[in-house]
Design a binder for this molecule. Structure first.
Ligand code: NAI
Length: 328
């Protein structure tokens, strides 16, 4: 029998945590034959609710769930972690400037990065979900010099899945017919969902749609502002779809992309496509054996170039701001 994989979830008592933990425990994160130990990391105020969730996890009698530990100590929470899902973050509250938001999150992600550095397993893989996800991932990565930088990733899979869904609706295709869609840049309103290399049932998506106004005025803003639309409709932010995307991100990273397809992940740039090295930006990637590679050689047209550059500019400004705050 396999040794259990240690999966740490921060913000475990939050709404994404509640939608995420049951799917990890039932085998959707890593696979139907991989046992897991869960570590729930919360702040002191969240511990009691996390205990309640753990009671419900027990009550599911999941065959793959080998143990649950709840803690507010990051050194304990990341001890031996193979996978870390950093969900807990400080939300932007009314009147908060970007600098305040970045420093409040620096206070979370810098110590968590150090705790990962000091305690996690050698094969640790980190996904940052908590916003601003790309820059929080950069902060954690900078605080973990002994961990290979590429193990720190940020979630743009929800944007990727949203874009697939919108494109399927527009073209009348099945979701499963859509391949090679890309989210570039930041998980923010500047993100760029790119269909110029995407395929719909084997045909080029941009040629099939053949409507640049729809792309610019409907598709891109619908995907980029979907989070706000969910809040408006649901009275609460996306949780189940965000949890689902986190499951997809890690599952794809560990188990690989299908032949003839790729996915989108926020990863440390190696300078590809003119994205400055080191910032955590979303790229098209293929995955195999637990590692990922940026898809190379795509032609970037003017329409795409301007949008990628705008989102990357925002990321470099966030990087400069956290550098100035001494967070990286
Ligand atoms: P929530 O407010 O329901 O839960 C957050 C939880 O994190 C709370 O239980 C809180 O106690 C905990 N927490 C706060 N600081 C912590 C720390 N230092 N260590 C451990 N736990 C801590 O929020 P929700 O809805 O679960 O969202 C979580 C984050 O995910 C937010 O930052 C949100 O903006 C982000 N998000 C990201 C998406 C993406 O596509 N990248 C999509 C949707 C949400």
């Amino acid at each position: 029998t396999r040794t259990p994989v240690n999966v740490t979830v921060t913000g475990a008592a939050g709404q994404i945590g509640y939608a995420l933990l049951f799917r990890i425990a039932s085998g959707h994160l890593l696979g139907p034959d991989v046992p897991v130990n869960l570590r729930l990391l919360e702040i002191p105020q969240g511990l009691k609710a996390a205990e309640g969730t753990a009671m419900e996890l027990d009550d599911c009698a999941f065959p793959l769930l080998r143990g649950i530990e709840i803690t507010d100590d990051a050194n304990v929470g990341f001890d031996g972690a193979n996978v870390a899902l950093l969900v807990g973050a400080r939300p932007r509250t009314k009147g908060m400037e970007r600098g305040d938001l970045l420093s409040a999150n620096g206070g979370i992600f810098k110590p968590q990065g150090k705790a990962i550095n000091d305690n996690a397993a050698d094969d640790i893989k980190v996904l940052v979900v908590g916003n601003p996800a790309n820059t929080n991932a950069l902060i954690a990565q900078a605080a973990a010099p002994d961990v290979p930088a590429e193990r720190f990733t940020a979630m743009t899979r929800l944007d990727h899945n949203r874009a697939i869904s919108q494109l399927a609706a527009k073209t009348g295709a099945a979701v499963s017919d859509i391949k090679k869609l890309t989210i570039w840049g930041n998980h923010s309103a500047t993100q760029y969902p790119d269909i110029f290399h995407a395929e719909v049932a084997g045909k080029n998506a941009a040629e099939l749609v053949n409507d640049e106004a729809w792309l610019a005025d409907t598709f891109i803003p619908t995907v980029a502002k979907r989070g706000a639309a969910i809040i408006e409709a649901r009275g609460a932010s996306s949780a189940a779809s965000a949890a689902n995307a986190a499951i997809d991100h890690v599952h794809t990273w560990v188990n690989g992309t299908a032949a003839g397809d790729w996915t989108s992940m926020g990863i440390p740039s190696d300078g590809s496509y003119g994205v400055p090295e080191g910032i955590i930006s979303s790229f098209p990637v293929t995955t195999e054996n637990g590692t990922y590679k940026i898809v190379q050689g795509l032609d970037i047209n003017e329409f795409s170039r301007a949008r990628i550059d705008a989102s990357v500019k925002e990321l470099t400004e966030e990087r400069d701001a956290v550098r100035e705050l001494g967070l990286i």
